[in-house]
Design a protein around this ligand. Structure first.
Ligand SMILES: NC(=O)C1=CN([C@@H]2O[C@H](COP(=O)(O)OP(=O)(O)OC[C@H]3O[C@@H](n4cnc5c(N)ncnc54)[C@H](OP(=O)(O)O)[C@@H]3O)[C@@H](O)[C@H]2O)[C@H](O)CC1
Ligand SMILES: [K+]
Length: 514
């Protein structure tokens, strides 16, 4: 499990060490970690250190200090090093070390941003050490001009020091302009803003570097399940199971207008481990569903027993909406888990049970919050994903899974998971219906026993109040892995994601036996 913390949490954990006069030691560790990361990045491209060039953009605080000390190390190892001081002044000790190691220094002013950008852009590596966890807002003035000009010139390799300057370390909010990094070297621990959009999109790969205060960290603000975690909690049928105990999922999806959504979500649920899928919808849609997934059961009347529900993909028309309303009421009364997507989100009661999983995209999340009179737009949600997903979980009382390049899953208890296994090609019609099917299958499977204190989540140390959010994170992860496998770098359809799901399960099961 990867844990992420806010800048404030990290600063608090550092404080006892700073009080004990260990600040300089922490900075040296950070600088060595950063310098090593630059060396490895160059080596991975088959480049020699000697004769390669690096520029550090250094702000006036400790972030700039880390960058300058790292550049001094790189200078001593044979790199041509330049520093651009973006605030006129810089950490005195680090600047001294940099000068002593033979680095060249330029001072950014009102008139030289473009000229310096041209000078730097040809370097092999640019280290962004302008702002770290001490930032308030983003870059302005000449520093912003420099970043805009540099971004246009497409520098070869950008390594961000602790956090890309302009990304809010706590929230992932981005204050443009930001220099997009290939790698972010995070000191002490990953910052929460590097695992939430839009910040994650600026950070590239994130490499945590321990600096000695990790034991003092509190509970994380955000967690990400690793492949190993997902493998460990994946439902694994024992010898004595049958289709009913594996988990039966009821699906209310599709309509005359959107038949594909029903077909995709039923098929996805079937391949994602549900023991059986019962489909509720009009006969014309059911025919197409069964043509694609003959294993599913059409329920024209009162449905048979299910362990969980999926409602919403492609839902349209009075008849289907009424069906969904009835099912929601029955699921609530029976205490059954439900995955609620798309059209069914509008049918939710004011407060939902904590084992319901809502799966809005940014626009739907804005609408959901609007019901509670929080007036936000899709753009607001997209720019502060972590904040709004938490708020939606708090307001609705349910687990809220906000779909995106980084999928955030907030539990009403306050825990947040972040998964990012997918790829941009997955932004395609029907992809969300497949996610709904996978989540539904997991909900039906886990509903039987997965959430107990002797179940897989408890074994991973996940608290009872966080388990449904963790289950949703498993679904997001499988969906992302299946999409990336199906894409292999190229375009794909939602059906391709479905076809890749069993292979992902197999690979995860293998992981488990290793
Ligand atoms: N705490 C430690 O011992 C260690 C920290 N590490 C590294 O330090 C940074 C955090 O360093 P800090 O000096 O606290 O803050 P920054 O470097 O991020 O910012 C420095 C100053 O910049 C000014 N500021 C804030 N916002 C802006 C802005 N939008 N534009 C321009 N300037 C801004 C502000 O100064 P003011 O005088 O304006 O208030 C900041 O104080 C952390 O990220 C690590 O990289 C080490 O890693 C380990 C030890
Ligand atoms: K930085």
């Amino acid at each position: 499990m990867i844990s992420a913390f806010t800048g404030t949490q990290i600063r608090a954990a550092e404080q006892p060490l700073l009080d004990a006069g260990e600040g300089a030691v922490l900075m040296q560790r950070a600088a060595h970690g950063l310098a090593n990361a630059v060396v490895n990045e160059l080596r991975s491209e088959g480049r020699r250190l000697y004769g390669s060039s690096v520029t550090v953009l250094a702000g006036k605080g400790n972030n700039g200090g880390d960058g300058l000390f790292a550049a001094a190390i790189l200078a001593r190892r044979g790199m041509r090093t330049t520093a651009v001081l973006t605030a006129g002044s810089a950490h005195p000790g680090a600047l001294g070390a940099f000068g002593a190691a033979g680095g060249r220094i330029h001072v950014l002013d009102e008139n030289n941003a473009e000229e310096l950008a041209v000078l730097i852009a040809g370097d092999d590596v640019v280290i962004d050490a302008i702002l770290g966890t001490g930032a308030r807002g983003g870059l302005g003035g000449p520093a912003a001009e420099l970043i805009v000009a540099l971004q246009e010139l497409k520098p070869k390799v950008v390594v961000a020091c602790d956090v890309p300057s302009g990304v809010d370390a706590d929230t992932g909010e981005v204050h443009w302009p930001v220099l997009t990094a290939r790698l972010t070297v995070a000191f002490g621990a990953v910052k929460a803003g590097l695992m939430a959009d839009p910040g994650e999109g600026c950070a590239g790969r994130v490499l945590p570097v321990p600096i000695g205060m990790e034991d003092s960290l509190p509970l994380p603000a955000l967690r990400r399940l690793s492949v190993r975690d997902v493998a460990a909690v994946l439902p694994n049928p024992g010898r004595r199971v049958h289709k009913y105990t594996r988990g039966v999922l009821g699906i209310v999806a599709g309509s005359e207008r959107y038949t594909g959504a029903a077909a995709l979500s039923v098929e996805a649920a079937s391949v994602a481990g549900a023991g059986m899928v019962r489909y509720l919808g009009p006969e014309t849609v059911a025919r197409q569903v069964l043509e694609r997934t003959p294993e599913a059961i059409w329920e024209p009347g009162e449905p048979g027993r299910v362990q969980a529900w999926l409602l919403g993909p492609g839902l349209n028309g009075t008849e289907q909406l009424q069906r969904a309303r009835d099912v929601l009421a029955a699921a609530s009364a029976a205490g059954q888990p439900a995955v609620v997507d798309a059209g069914a989100l509008e049918l939710l009661p004011e407060r939902c049970p904590p084992h319901w999983i809502l799966t809005p995209h940014a626009g739907e999340l804005a609408a959901l919050l609007g019901r509670g009179e929080v007036c936000v737009t899709r753009e607001d949600v997209e720019s502060r994903t972590l904040h709004f997903v938490r708020l939606a979980a708090e307001h609705t009382g349910a687990v809220v899974l906000l779909k995106g390049a980084t999928t955030l899953i907030a539990s009403p208890s306050g825990a947040v998971f972040s998964q990012s296994e997918g790829c941009p090609w997955m932004s395609t019609a029907g992809s969300g219906d497949v996610l709904g099917g996978i989540l539904g299958a997991l909900a039906a499977t886990y509903a039987e026993s997965g959430m107990d204190d002797d179940g897989p989540f408890a074994a991973q140390g996940i608290e009872p109040a966080e388990r449904w959010a963790a289950a949703a994170a498993v679904g997001a992860s499988i969906h992302g892995m299946a999409g990336s496998a199906a894409s292999a770098g190229g375009p794909l359809t939602a059906s391709d994601i479905v076809r890749a799901v069993p292979g992902v399960y197999r690979a995860l099961m293998e992981h488990r036996t290793r």
